[in-house]
Design a protein around this ligand. Sequence first.
Ligand SMILES: Nc1ncnc2c1ncn2[C@@H]1O[C@H](COP(=O)(O)OP(=O)(O)OP(=O)(O)O)[C@@H](O)[C@H]1O
Length: 287
Amino acid sequence: MAPSVEAAPSTAPHVPAAGAWGTAAPGEPRAPVIAIQGVTLRYPTSRGLLTACEDIDIALRQHERLVLLGPSGCGKSSLLAAVAGFLRPAAGRILVDGAPVRRPGPDRMMVFQEFDQLLPWKTVRANVAYPLLLAGVARDQATARADALLAKVGLAGFADAYPHTLSGGMKMRAAIARALAAAPRVLLMDEPFAALDALTRRRMQEELLLLWREQPFSLIFVTHSIEEATLVGSRVLVLSAHPGRVRMAVDVPPDADPTVHALLHERLRTLLLPGVGHATEEKLLHA
Ligand SMILES: Nc1ncnc2c1ncn2[C@@H]1O[C@H](COP(=O)(O)OP(=O)(O)OP(=O)(O)O)[C@@H](O)[C@H]1O
């Protein structure tokens, strides 16, 4: 459970210990890393307030890979934006390690679908080192860490290249390296692989899991793809259609074989069918 006393905002630069991606320091609360409590998100529009999602409760545990899956417009991206600090909840609150989110911070790094999320006038190495320099890390340390990250994502030979010379998959690898360089408490990924061709997408999913296995981090990952959800996630939250509410959580066993994945896909597909109500969910829960 989240602490009831609100701690100071967690926006201070979080300078990572080498190799520590999103791990809690000794004495830090172990769980949840992110607590989304009774959150409703609304946008002002010309026709009044539009509710993107409603009364959302999510607790992200340390090193969990949480996938948000739901129909278009159910508020998945809005939820990520709120966790990142770009959008203030109309109701409820979002805590990082018990401290309320008030603004964006390096403890919550975001990776988007767009290929052009790197700074085009900086080399790949400078892009990856940039958040560390912003956090006050010395240049030589930041460069060393950037190089280590680039090696991990297979871009060691492209550190001096400029983003426009990279393929879509390479740009995505660089964006992931940049996000992980700052050792965020949570990595937020908004359909990161949706614009890639099928083969590259599959490779990127595997590579993300390899990175996680090598050095676990806490992840919230948004996708439309059921297959991607069970491959990437350790837990899949299914949201209902607009305005989104959490419909069900499905755990993915770490050692799930193709048969288990196929069963999970079937269950998730049923849950995502329009018009599936709570009675059906109850049946599915007890199936
Ligand atoms: N800046 C905005 N102003 C007004 N309405 C918005 C804004 N951003 C999103 N919305 C609306 O909020 C709702 C949720 O949008 P959001 O993008 O969060 O959903 P989503 O589940 O991520 O959708 P998709 O899967 O299609 O990306 C939608 O009805 C959308 O039109």
